[in-house]
Design a protein. Sequence first.
Length: 108
Amino acid sequence: MTPEIRLKARQKRVLDHFRDEVRQQWDDVLSTFPHPHYELVPTMTVHDGGSAVREYYRNTRVAIPDQHHELISLRHSDDAVIVEFWLMGTHLGPWGTSRPRAAASACA
């Protein structure tokens, strides 16, 4: 596989992952990971393994059912795709210690 084809395949996987998250197609999202794992640095929370990541998705969509992304930048390194994006949606349900605000939210 040429470097260009490999780069395009990795980029497609990342963009498909984002699309499937918005569609809430969790089986498709989880299939993009060799081992599902999220580390949320601001809250020092780790979700490790398919069940834990699936529960994280469920909880975030209870809190922000219309969660979606707006791409800011996408770039490549030798072994990664680096994505910067706005995470947006309406905070309607509980999420950790945050109470619902019924207001649009965004974070990068």
